[in-house]
Design a protein around this ligand. Structure first.
Ligand code: SAM
Length: 249
């Protein structure tokens, strides 16, 4: 079972998202366990202080290193090989690839910041990796940790049932997913592409691949540079680029 330990000043933020839907089901099936820990439990003094003013002056508060060091040491007595991940807008961009790799770990410890973030020595000595979920600044590391737990959990065997398959999802083969349709066959005068109603699985597969290539080229050309493309993909792409014939957009 994959263990996610979360160190936070606001454990309540996690409760509902972890109980619902796929993550809730995975926890009930004991495929994963998310253990929430209040960092204050490792703080000292009457006020259990976890932050202090920055050396050198300036606005805001900085998270102190000692409670974090004690907390990590304690958690590691239970999962010695767990990787410690620090949530920070200055970290490596979190990605499909990173989620897939982290899902193979025995345990992960998420360190959620608040205020102005962490004393630099936390980053230097106590963590294995730093992750950002995007080029923007949030009020705390709780939502980034939740985002990462959700994305990582999808790679744990058994978490996604057949009905939630990840195989065709965007990024799984380096491309965006093809457009999806469901009933009704005509909505607001817009018909589902005829090929999807044809029952011809070869044609459907070819159409979906073309749509993936075209959509990725139009929306995220940066992904095409890194995707593994077959000779046939390259031929389709060159033809699509010549005709630029995407329908329905
Ligand atoms: C207000 S932010 C601190 C930002 C910090 N002063 C800086 O400029 O890098 C507070 C905490 O939210 C979390 N956080 C904010 N934005 C994030 C992002 N894009 N990705 C990951 N964590 C983030 C981090 O844990 C951070 O310590």
């Amino acid at each position: 079972m994959m263990i996610f330990d979360v160190l936070t000043l606001f454990p309540g933020i996690f409760v509902s998202p972890l109980q619902e839907s796929i993550l809730g089901r995975a926890a009930k099936q004991q495929l994963l366990q998310v253990r929430l820990h209040n960092l204050r439990d490792w703080a000292e003094g009457k006020h259990q202080t976890t932050d202090d003013t920055p050396y050198g002056g300036g606005d805001g508060m900085v998270m102190k290193p000692e409670p974090i060091a004690r907390a990590i040491a304690d958690l590691k007595t239970r999962t010695p090989r767990a990787k410690v991940l620090l949530m920070t807008p200055q970290g490596a961009p979190f990605s499909h690839q990173a989620a897939c790799e982290l899902a193979a770990e025995e345990g992960l410890i998420f360190l959620c910041g608040r205020y102005e973030g962490f004393d630099e020595r936390v980053r230097q000595t106590l963590v294995d990796a730093e992750y950002s979920i995007g080029d923007f600044v949030l009020t705390g590391g709780e939502l980034p940790a939740l985002v990462m737990i959700d994305a990582i959990a999808r790679f744990i065997p058994g978490v996604l049932g057949c009905s939630d398959s990840a195989e065709a999802d965007s990024f799984s083969d380096g491309l965006l997913e093809y457009p999806q349709y469901t009933r009704p066959a005509v909505f607001n005068g817009m018909a589902v592409p005829e090929v999807l109603l044809s029952g011809d699985h070869g044609r459907i597969a070819r159409w979906r691949r073309e749509q993936q290539l075209l959509r990725t080229w139009r929306r995220r050309p940066d992904l095409l540079k890194r995707a593994e493309l077959s000779d046939e993909d390259i031929r389709i792409l060159e033809q699509l680029q010549r005709t630029d014939s995407e329908s329905g957009e």
